[in-house]
Design a protein around this ligand. Structure first.
Ligand SMILES: Nc1ncnc2c1ncn2[C@@H]1O[C@H](COP(=O)(O)OP(=O)(O)OP(=O)(O)O)[C@@H](O)[C@H]1O
Ligand SMILES: [Mg+2]
Length: 249
C-alpha cells in the first residue's frame, strides 16, 4: 500500500442501525468542506447504500463495476456539489452487495488508502452491525466516531462494537450523541457509555458533541440537502457546525 494518507480517515459507526450515521457522515462532511477541507465520503454500506439518496446523486458507475475489475476506483468518485465534497457511493447497479467478501473489502481498502492522499478527511459511512462488513475497515481508520442514541439497544450494540475494536483504535474513539434533547443530555449519554467501557474494557472514549433531535433533519434528508442549507437557523445545523469545529480543533 502507498504511504499517502489523508490526515484523518474516520469511520462513522454505531452497531445499531438507523441511529443517524449517514445523516452525520453527509452533514459533517459538508461542514468540513465549508471550513475549506477537501473531504471524501465513502459509503461502506454496500447492502443498503443511501449516501447517494441523501444527496440526490445519480450513480453512473457502481462499486460492483470496480470490484469486478471493469473500472478504476477513481471512476467511482463523484462530485456532490450540494455538500462541496467528493462521494463514493456504495450502491450497486444490479444487485446489492449485501455480503461483500473479505477480498472485495480488501480491494476497496487498498483503493481508499491510495485515494486518501488527495483529501484532508475521508469519512467512511459504515453499515450497521459488528461483523467484517464494518470491522474489516478498521485497519485503515485513524479514528472512529460512534453515534449513540439514548436507548438501551443503541448503547448495547455500540458496546458490542467497542468489544471488537482493536486496542490501537480504542484510543481514538469519539462519541457523537445523536437526537438528544440538549447538551446536558448529550454529555450524560457520553458519560454513561464511557462508564461501561471503562469498567469492562478499560478505556474511555472521547466526547465529540451532540446533535439535538430536530424535525429539520428529516426535512433536509427529504430535500436531499445538508441541514445547514435546508434549515440554516436550525438546532441541527448549529450542532453539526460545532461538531466540525471539534474535529478541526
Ligand atoms: N438529530 C436528528 N433529529 C431527528 N431525526 C434524526 C436525527 N438524526 C437522524 N434522524 C432520523 O433518523 C433516520 C435514520 O438516519 P440515518 O439514515 O442517517 O441512520 P443510519 O444510522 O445511517 O441508518 P442505517 O444503519 O440504516 O444505515 C433519518 O431518516 C432521520 O430522519
Ligand atoms: Mg446509513
Amino acid at each position: 500500500m502507498t504511504q499517502t494518507r489523508a490526515r484523518k480517515i474516520i469511520g462513522i459507526v454505531s452497531g445499531k442501525g438507523g441511529v443517524g450515521k449517514t445523516f452525520i457522515s453527509v452533514n459533517l462532511a459538508a461542514a468540513l468542506a465549508e471550513a475549506g477541507c477537501r473531504t471524501l465520503v465513502f459509503d461502506a454500506d454496500l447492502g443498503l447504500a443511501n449516501v447517494d439518496l441523501q444527496l440526490g446523486l445519480d450513480i453512473s458507475t457502481s462499486v460492483s463495476d470496480f470490484l469486478m475489475g471493469n473500472c478504476e476506483f477513481s471512476k467511482l468518485i463523484q462530485r456532490a456539489d450540494r455538500i462541496g465534497c467528493d462521494v463514493v457511493s456504495g450502491r450497486s447497479a444490479i444487485t446489492a452487495l449485501t455480503n461483500s467478501t473479505e477480498y472485495e473489502r480488501s480491494k476497496l481498502k487498498t483503493a481508499l488508502l491510495e485515494t486518501a492522499g488527495s483529501y484532508d478527511y475521508v469519512l467512511i459511512d459504515m453499515p450497521a452491525g459488528i461483523d467484517g462488513n464494518v470491522t474489516d475497515f478498521f485497519d485503515i481508520c485513524d479514528a472512529l466516531y460512534v453515534v449513540l442514541r439514548a436507548d438501551p439497544t443503541s448503547l448495547m450494540d455500540a458496546y458490542a462494537l467497542m468489544k471488537v475494536t482493536p486496542s490501537r483504535l480504542r484510543q481514538r474513539v469519539f462519541i457523537i450523541a445523536n437526537a438528544v434533547t440538549n447538551s446536558s443530555d448529550a454529555k450524560d449519554l457520553a458519560v454513561n457509555f464511557s462508564a461501561v467501557t471503562d469498567k469492562f474494557l478499560s478505556f474511555n472514549p472521547g466526547f465529540l458533541g451532540g446533535v439535538r433531535a430536530d424535525r429539520n433533519v428529516e426535512i433536509s434528508i427529504r430535500r436531499q440537502l445538508p441541514v445547514y442549507a435546508a434549515a440554516p437557523q436550525s438546532h441541527a445545523a448549529a450542532d453539526i457546525r460545532s461538531l466540525a469545529r471539534r474535529v478541526l480543533s
